[in-house]
Unconditional design. Structure first.
Length: 305
């Protein structure tokens, strides 16, 4: 497949909603997997894509959360549990999804955690790197064959403008545990940069196929993702003015657009914000860093791939 290196611009803006950017989309017969389907951007994305006819595999930390989300949206949702901080749970999720025997038209890695106030670790890794990046790396790796079975499968990684605030060098491979120093926002930025780099490298590996991979920045939205910010969240609510903030309906627009827009069927390896191409950081454009991250991620995930 010939890839587009310069994706087309759309007429949508930061004020466009997920419903508006999918108004002409018919997703009947399509299957979409969304992590973090039970709240915030994930729930709004699921609601809108179901409205457009998609069958959504709604993934949440517990089956109860996924089932509750389905109850609000409708019958076109298959609830699946996946605790992204538990790699055995990620494997079980991938096996349950694979057992459905369906091609996956869109695999959307939406769930995440943000700016944990204190260092938390599991499997010897800092928790944001584990949850936001490595767990999704495993999920995508294990389900990629299902995405390739779709006529034009898409992987959509929800990254963030926060990738600009990563640690020095972009990814500090010698301190993925956080033992040598931890700062909440820079480690969040590192995990979001990892999402972007993973998408870039996946796109490179998918060259010549009909499957694509792109990353997005949803915008600044007050969602449950900010649950750990405490007083910072309260201050942000007061300080972030109309030109910069947006609601959940607007925040979900870019990931819905990248997941469904016909104009992006051949676009891969790109980064979007406000439903349009956006600029990656210097580290976010580094192919060597992306390849190294992929290799290290494979080593870290050996027992789960």
């Amino acid at each position: 497949m010939n890839r587009q290196t310069s994706p087309p611009r759309s007429d949508f803006t930061r004020r466009s909603t997920a419903e508006q950017v999918t108004a002409d989309v018919d997703l009947r017969g399509k299957t979409v997997l969304i992590t973090g389907c039970n709240s915030g951007l994930g729930f709004e994305t699921m609601r809108v894509l179901v409205k457009r006819g998609a069958h959504v595999i709604g993934v949440a930390r517990t089956r109860k959360k996924a089932e509750d989300a389905r109850a609000e949206v409708g019958a076109e949702v298959t609830p699946v549990a996946c605790d992204l901080s538990d790699l055995d749970s990620v494997v079980a999720c991938s096996e349950e999804v694979a057992a459905l025997g369906q091609p996956i038209d869109v695999l959307m890695c939406n769930a995440g955690i943000m700016a944990l106030p204190k260092l938390q670790q599991k499997y010897g890794l800092e928790m944001q790197f584990l949850t936001n990046h490595l767990a999704h790396f495993i999920l995508v790796s294990r389900l990629l064959d299902r995405v390739k079975q779709a006529r034009a499968g898409r992987v959509v990684m929800v990254s963030s403008l926060g990738h600009l605030t990563s640690v020095p060098g972009g990814i500090n491979f010698s301190n993925l545990s956080g033992d040598q120093g931890y700062t909440p926002f820079t480690f969040y930025g590192q995990s979001k940069l990892a999402n972007l780099l993973m998408s870039n490298e996946l796109a490179r590996r998918l060259e010549g196929s009909t499957t694509t991979s792109n990353a997005i920045h949803p915008g600044i939205i007050m969602t449950p993702l900010m649950r750990n910010l405490g007083d910072i969240r309260a201050n942000m609510t007061k300080l972030i003015s109309w030109p910069f903030s947006r609601n959940v309906q607007q925040g979900a627009a870019t990931q819905c657009y990248v997941a469904t827009a016909a104009a992006l069927e051949r676009v891969s390896g790109c980064y979007f914000a406000d439903c349009n191409p956006a600029t990656k950081s210097i580290h976010g454009k580094n192919p060597d860093l992306a390849r190294r991250l992929w290799s290290v991620s494979e080593e870290l995930a050996t027992d789960y791939l």
